[in-house]
Design a protein around this ligand. Structure first.
Ligand code: F6R
Length: 611
């Protein structure tokens, strides 16, 4: 993931650009650069490998002063993190572009542009954009019109900004698959890939929509939609801390973060999907080459992240046909592990600083794995820095100690991994990827439907308020979902909760079942449903009270001792993500009833950096 900042103002904008880049650096970047239209009437650029502070030092040593500029922090996808590959990219001396996303047809565009005499100085996909616009400008002199014509030729995902020395009062931007926001000032305006970058200069924002093109002047913003029609985008006042440090209207961070899930899942998907497939490059520049060699996957993680890994095992084996092992990091790291040839080591972590997961990664490097991939929420974390490939989960800061939105974005990321690996290895059945890409696009709104169950679940929570023990049951990929549900309940309500694969019930835990031991079950409408129904009978026959989260078409109904809560139907592969939501809400409302400290439960900490 990369970051973009742009500014057009009466004052010098260089410090604004640098400050904006610093605010985006939390995602983790490998190089940074900026281009400014200077008082000398020319575009000048500074680029540096490494952190934004390196760029800042360079700009302090050789200052750039101007009223128009664009800046970028890079997370390499095409071409290594070198100064030549750092943005902004130039075509000639007069045109500069910064870009987030991946241009999939960059190779053919590059060949065409080379044929037209354009010299390339980087290995990036971005450089084709700037030469393409330059070429169009020869016949379409207006920068806005040239940009509109250029984006028609781009396939893939982009959020981009362009400036020209020939039209130095204008900042142009285009969005498709990679977010951009305009910051509105007084007599000055700004652009960024995340509003976080602009909070130092404004609290009013306008969010570009898919296909939008924007012209940003000092005192005016004009937006055209994907059909080229003039469009109005609402200006939104931002309240400090709305995303992280403030609970807003929610009583607890946990509830706020549960309700953020449609939005953060959307963000996790953004820029990583085409119409019918997952972009392999989203995992890093060497992903395609490395994935092509993968014959096995070893997943290692702790706690909630481990549960995400367990779901992924079902997906990797059933959808992509790739053998997968999953282990908690604190076991893996101390065990003598036999590594199968061509095994990809995948670590999963919200914080990227969990001591056991990090140690497991470091051990893995000695053990002959093919390579390492981190699925992580913090771009500047040790786990990310030390892994060969990364996919950021983009859940945003998670403040509640009990992990919620981090888990669902991990699941989405692991589904992307399953599809990407399966396609590169040629092991996916025809049509599966396109179907799942379509379903993933619908997922945020499906999660919204699940959140609408909030008040029903709040009532159901009353059943648990005086209980000391519960059982959670699930089958297949829903077994780890049941484990995650049990973990949430025990963490924040202190009720003892155990999860079992439903088929294991009769092999022991059934002995515990009585009217004081509610049994929570997740029941999507899949080929295991009939088997699950038999397990539920086993519970009822022993007087156990059942709370069943069941697919609306599962044919399960309320009865004595059986509380059925209908869940909207969803394709089975994505059911683990959807069914997580009611279980999170259940644990939340039980904890509220019990009056525990929901956001900071006893004995626990957010980031476990000790062994
Ligand atoms: C549970 C929870 C923990 C973490 C675990 C790993 O709600 O938050 O179980 O999942 O400590 O942490 P990360 O994902 O940061 O490695």
């Amino acid at each position: 993931m990369c970051g973009i900042v742009g500014a057009v103002a009466e004052r010098n904008i260089t410090t604004i650009l640098i400050e904006g880049l610093k605010r985006l650096e939390y995602r983790g970047y490998d190089s940074a650069g900026l281009a400014v239209y200077t008082q000398q009437g020319q575009l000048e650029r500074r680029r540096r490998i490494g952190k934004v502070s390196e760029l800042e030092t360079a700009v302090t040593a050789e200052p750039l002063v101007g009223n128009l500029g664009i800046a970028h922090t890079r997370w390499a996808t095409h071409g290594a993190p070198t100064e030549h590959n750092a943005h902004p990219h130039f075509s000639g001396q007069d045109l500069a572009v910064v870009h987030n996303g991946i241009i999939e047809n960059h190779e053919s565009l590059r060949e065409d542009l080379k044929g037209l005499g354009y010299a390339f100085t980087s290995q990036t996909d971005t450089e084709v954009i700037v030469h393409l616009i330059n070429h169009i400008l020869k016949t379409v002199p207006d920068l806005g019109d040239a940009l509109k014509a250029a984006v028609k030729q781009l396939h893939g995902a982009y959020g981009l900004a362009v400036i020209s020395a020939a039209q130095p009062d204008r900042l142009l931007a285009a969005r498709s698959g990679s977010p951009l926001v305009i910051g509105l000032g007084h007599g000055e305006n700004f652009l960024a890939s995340d509003q976080l970058a602009l909070r130092q200069v404004t609290d009013r924002f306008m969010y570009l929509e898919e296909g939008d093109i924007a012209e940003i002047l000092r005192d005016q913003v004009t937006i055209w939609d994907q059909d080229g029609q003039l469009a109005q985008r609402e200006a939104v006042q931002y309240h400090e801390g709305a995303e992280a440090a403030d609970k807003g209207t929610y009583r607890h961070f946990m509830l706020k973060e549960i309700h953020e899930q449609p939005a953060v899942v959307q963000r996790t998907l953004e820029g990583r999907l085409t119409n019918d497939h997952v972009m392999v490059q989203a995992f890093g520049p060497q992903a395609a080459e490395l994935f092509a060699k993968v014959r096995n996957v070893q997943i290692v993680a702790c706690g909630t992240s481990y549960h995400a890994g367990m779901v992924a095992r079902y997906w990797l084996e059933s959808l992509a046909g790739i053998p997968c092992q999953v282990e908690v990091a604190s076991e893996f790291r101390y065990r003598k592990v036999v590594v199968q040839p061509d095994t990809l080591f995948v670590s999963i972590s919200q914080s990227g600083e969990t001591a056991d997961t990090l140690a497991a990664l470091r051990n893995a490097k000695e053990l002959g794995f093919l390579g390492s991939l981190a699925i992580c929420n913090v771009g500047i974390s040790s786990l990310v820095r030390e892994s060969d490939l990364t996919l950021l989960t983009l859940a945003g800061p998670e403040i509640g100690v009990a992990s919620t939105k981090a888990f669902t974005t991990q699941l989405v990321s692991l589904m992307l991994l399953t599809l990407a690996l399966g396609r590169v290895r040629g092991t996916l059945e025809a049509g599966v990827e396109a179907e799942l890409v379509e379903e993933l696009r619908r997922l945020p709104s499906r999660l919204g439907e699940a959140l609408a169950m909030d008040s029903t679940i709040e009532k159901t929570a009353e059943l648990f308020a005086d209980k000391h023990h519960t059982l959670f049951l699930g089958r297949g990929a829903q077994f780890p979902v049941a484990m995650e549900g049990a973990l949430k309940l025990k963490e924040i309500s202190y009720i003892h909760a155990e999860a079992y694969p439903a088929g294991e019930l009769k092999h022991g835990p059934l002995a515990l079942v009585d009217s004081d031991m509610p049994v929570v079950t997740v029941a999507p409408n899949n080929e295991l449903l009939e088997k699950l129904k038999s397990n539920l009978q086993e519970v009822r026959a022993r007087g156990g009270e059942l709370v069943v989260f069941a697919d609306e078409h599962a044919g399960l109904t309320n009865g004595e001792g059986t509380h059925v809560i209908k869940v909207p139907h969803i394709i089975d592969a994505l059911a683990p993500i959807l069914y997580t939501i009611p279980l999170q809400l259940l644990s939340y409302y039980v904890a509220v009833l019990k009056g525990t400290d929901v956001d900071q439960p006893r004995n626990l900490a957010k980031s476990v950096t000790v062994e």
